[in-house]
Design a binder for this molecule. Structure first.
Ligand code: DHB
Length: 307
């Protein structure tokens, strides 16, 4: 029997689940994820207060992927905290993206004590807030912030990182993360502040931020793989890497795992295909493993050959 089981923060789960963002905001969406073949239920990044997000249109599909500038529409952390007792069949991970470091501290303090929250994914990389930089591009601020939150940590903590493009930056961020009791990092968030335009109408395709937004889909896979690979080499072995970026098939998931991912998340493809993508991609990955003679994820995880 081929198994997609993996272990994250001490819990066994199937290795393919949703990225924070698509179809994980409302109660109905979270229940649908629980019923689907997703290995876990990960929420939309939450803030202290509910938010409507940026003006529409704020998401646009292209044949190679997507651009979005949602602006953190979410129902507020109390709602995601209350859902913890209602999602009982799968690991329930709450993504947190407060508007300020102090907001994040308050949300984490609260979630630390909520039964049914399996883990927290702290989003240090939202590119779509007007006037707010992505925290994980500021190494000192990230270090200071992790120091504050890790003092009283009572839940497994993961960090969602933006893509890095420079070897020095990989090393700097890994050196910081290695100092803290972090359970996992998720690589990568969308490539921030791309621009998709329509030459026929001579216009941008989304309204917020003059059309600038986070890019997901096929084009970001090489960057995602590079980040997964680099961080799996540089991080302490007790920090798992979760791959995210450009996964729409079993082969894409296989590549992420080969680069070192212990699990993978589906973002743009979930927007496009809906929750059926988990069963399809899982079946495709199992077929690949069968053909290659691999029974478990650990049989090929991180085993990319270098020539
Ligand atoms: C949003 C986008 C992101 O990439 C993210 O990490 C969090 C929120 C958004 O615009 O809603």
């Amino acid at each position: 029997m081929i198994s997609l089981e993996t272990k994250l923060f001490g819990i066994k789960l199937d290795c393919i689940f949703n990225a924070s963002g698509p179809l994980c905001t409302s109660e109905e969406e979270l229940y649908n994820l629980e019923k689907s073949f997703s290995g876990a239920v990960l929420t939309k990044s939450c803030t202290i207060d509910p938010r409507k997000g940026n003006p529409e249109p704020r998401y646009f599909d292209t044949e190679w992927g997507s651009i979005n500038s949602m602006g953190l529409p979410n129902l507020g952390y109390q709602f995601y905290s209350e859902m913890a007792s209602k999602i009982s069949n799968k690991p329930y991970i709450v993504s947190v993206s407060g508007m300020t470091p102090d907001d994040n501290i308050s949300i984490l303090e609260h979630l630390n004590c909520v039964d049914g929250v399996s883990a927290i994914e702290l989003n240090l990389s939202c590119p779509n807030l007007i006037g707010k930089p992505q925290m994980a591009y500021d190494f000192k601020e990230t270090d200071d912030f992790l120091y504050r939150i890790c003092k009283d940590l009572r839940k497994p903590l993961g960090v969602k990182l933006p893509p890095y493009f420079d070897s020095v930056h990989f090393q700097k961020m890994a050196d910081i993360l290695n100092n803290y009791p972090i359970s996992f990092v998720t690589c990568i968030n969308s490539i921030g502040n791309g621009l998709v335009i329509d030459p026929h109408s001579e216009s941008v395709v989304i309204k917020p931020k003059s059309g600038f937004g986070g890019i997901g889909g096929d084009f970001i896979k090489p960057t995602a793989l590079a980040n997964v690979r680099m961080f799996s080499k540089l991080l302490n072995c007790d920090i798992s890497v979760i791959g995210c970026g450009g996964i729409k098939s079993g082969w894409d998931a296989f590549e992420h795992i080969l680069c070192g991912a212990s699990a993978v998340q589906i973002g743009t493809q979930l927007w496009k295909e809906g929750i059926g993508c988990f069963e399809r991609i899982s079946n495709e990955l199992k077929l690949i493993m069968e053909e290659k003679g691999y029974q478990f994820v650990k049989d090929f995880r991180g085993k990319l050959k270098e020539i």
